[in-house]
Design a protein around this ligand. Structure first.
Ligand code: HEC
Ligand code: HEC
Ligand code: HEC
Length: 415
């Protein structure tokens, strides 16, 4: 089988141009570079390849995976520490096949499982753009991955099981807008990388694409890494059916819509990537996502009346002034919690609990929308109280999203 895979990978190799990288830079037209920058923005390369306060694309950002910590790499055109010595074919191979020029396999935390869908022309443009960046001499950090996952050769096996390389194929039965949206969402925008459940080996579960996933990122001021739940983006009553196409377009184009504003890991997705996209690409993304067939959540369990009573008391004391007793929210004080938020009704309450424990972080670079920020409740409320108020919100008004337990709150505290 291994031989078969090697042949397969060999056979799919990208086109070598035979030109040196420097020659390509000279040849790349300004239009190609501008296009490459736009596509790199759609792929949000900068969010993962730039450390806070660090040089653009110089890498070094840690990713906490179940297998250990993997650092993003330097993709500036520095010849020794970056990808300056890579030809266009080398770059295409990394994006399309997840291999380095020396044959090493790359970890799929680098979403090449999605970037493989990108066309040769678009990859060439991204390559041309990356070659114009300021070269930064910064050595890659050593990963802290446990045995056997630190053996990159094992990724051959992983790829045979879970990875289908190849450019996105348009569906002739669908219109150009749907196809453009599918190309972007499945490829560069890689929305399902966070919004799909993964199997124990870290691969997205195919039949459950977009049905909700989990992503580890910083939460709270002390910057600890915690699980975040990414809600169901298929057409269920607790998922994307809560929003019209326009709600979704507003959210990805600006970070806010009539109901709410972005926080958590979506801040980077929106502020660094989707809000810079052309209106027609935003529309295409939204129309593709709105067309996804529903993958239903398990029916929610019924909360008991004691918990609902305790939750109501906490809510009226600490939350109702801004979110209103009706859960309808207020344009100046706080978002609508009745309907509206996918996070509130997510079957995995991790992100909702993070917001209550550590407070939602408003996206940087937008005019403040709310009169007062929501405070953090980690010291004010105990696990039982947070579980009760979350359960109350998830099962009041029109919401039906099941019980949150004190154990789930403890997990988000890291205790
Ligand atoms: C979700 C985070 C994430 C995003 C988004 C992302 N990358 Fe990466 N990338 C990584 C990580 C982590 C690695 C290191 C993988 C490894 O060590 O196996 C990596 C590796 C790479 C490599 C291989 C470099 C090397 O030294 O072997 C290239 C090339 C690359 N990324 C380019 C890009 C481009 C171009 C984009 C945007 C279109 C992008 N990446 C978006 C996380 C990301
Ligand atoms: C890096 C992981 C990640 C990626 C990539 C990602 N999401 Fe999310 N998304 C999340 C998480 C986590 C949440 C819940 C917490 C939050 O809103 O940040 C979320 C929430 C959402 C919500 C619900 C917001 C709410 O408040 O109810 C929508 C809609 C959404 N994402 C759409 C998208 C789209 C469209 C894309 C692709 C362009 C995308 N996401 C890519 C992680 C991600
Ligand atoms: C001072 C006003 C205020 C109080 C009090 C307050 N919140 Fe908030 N809350 C906000 C604001 C403002 C946001 C939106 C922040 C953003 O997204 O940028 C928010 C967001 C949320 C969200 C995320 C909703 C979404 O968009 O998906 C939840 C859940 C939430 N609050 C629950 C609570 C709970 C539970 C309490 C009480 C324990 C509480 N809030 C108290 C102002 C408040």
């Amino acid at each position: 089988m291994l031989v078969g895979v090697m042949l397969f990978l060999g056979a799919c190799g990208g086109k070598e141009t035979g030109l040196s990288p420097a020659a390509i830079t000279t040849l790349a037209s300004p239009e190609l570079v501008v296009r490459g920058q736009y596509l790199a923005t759609a792929g949000n390369c900068a969010s993962c390849h730039t450390e806070p306060g660090g040089e653009l694309m110089a890498g070094g950002l840690p990713f906490e995976t179940p297998f250990g910590t993997i650092y993003s790499t330097n993709i500036t055109p520095d010849p020794s520490t970056g990808i300056g010595a890579w030809g266009q074919g080398d770059f295409v191979n990394s994006m399309r096949l997840g291999v380095r020029p020396n044959g090493e396999h790359l970890y799929p935390v680098f979403p090449y499982t999605h970037f493989t869908r990108v066309t040769d022309e678009d990859l060439a443009a991204i390559y041309a753009y990356l070659q114009t960046l300021t070269p930064v001499a910064l050595a890659n950090k050593a990963n802290a991955v446990s045995f056997p996952f630190n053996q990159r050769a094992l990724l051959t096996l992983w790829k045979t099981l879970f990875f289908k390389p190849g450019v996105w194929e348009a569906d002739p039965d669908k219109g150009p807008q749907w196809n453009r949206g599918a190309y972007l969402v499945e490829g560069l925008a890689h929305c399902s990388a966070c919004h799909s459940p993964r199997n124990p080996l870290g691969a997205e579960k195919r039949g459950l694409a977009f049905a909700g996933g989990e992503y580890t990122d910083r939460a709270g001021d002390e910057g600890a890494y915690r699980p975040w739940s990414a809600p169901n983006l298929t057409a269920t009553d607790r998922g994307l059916s809560l929003w019209t196409q326009e709600h979704l377009e507003d959210y990805i184009a600006s970070g806010r819509n009539e109901f709410l504003e972005s926080f958590g890991p979506m801040n980077e997705v929106i502020m660094n990537s989707t809000r810079h996209l052309q209106a027609r690409d935003v529309e295409a993304i939204a129309s593709y996502l709105k067309s996804l067939e529903p993958v239903h959540e398990a029916p929610p369990d019924e909360p008991d009346t004691v918990t609902m009573g305790r939750g109501r008391t906490v809510y009226n004391l600490h939350c109702g002034t801004c979110h209103l007793p009706t859960g309808e929210g207020d344009p100046e004080m706080g978002p609508k919690l009745n309907g509206g938020s996918l996070v509130v009704q997510d079957s995995n309450p991790a992100s909702m609990i993070n917001v209550i424990l550590y407070s939602p972080e408003a996206p940087h670079g937008l005019d403040p929308r709310w009169r007062n920020p929501m405070e953090e409740f980690q010291y004010l409320l105990d696990d039982e109280e947070i579980a009760a108020v979350a359960t109350y919100i998830r099962n009041s008004w029109s919401n039906r999203a099941g019980v949150v337990t004190a154990e789930q709150v403890a997990r988000q505290r890291g205790s």
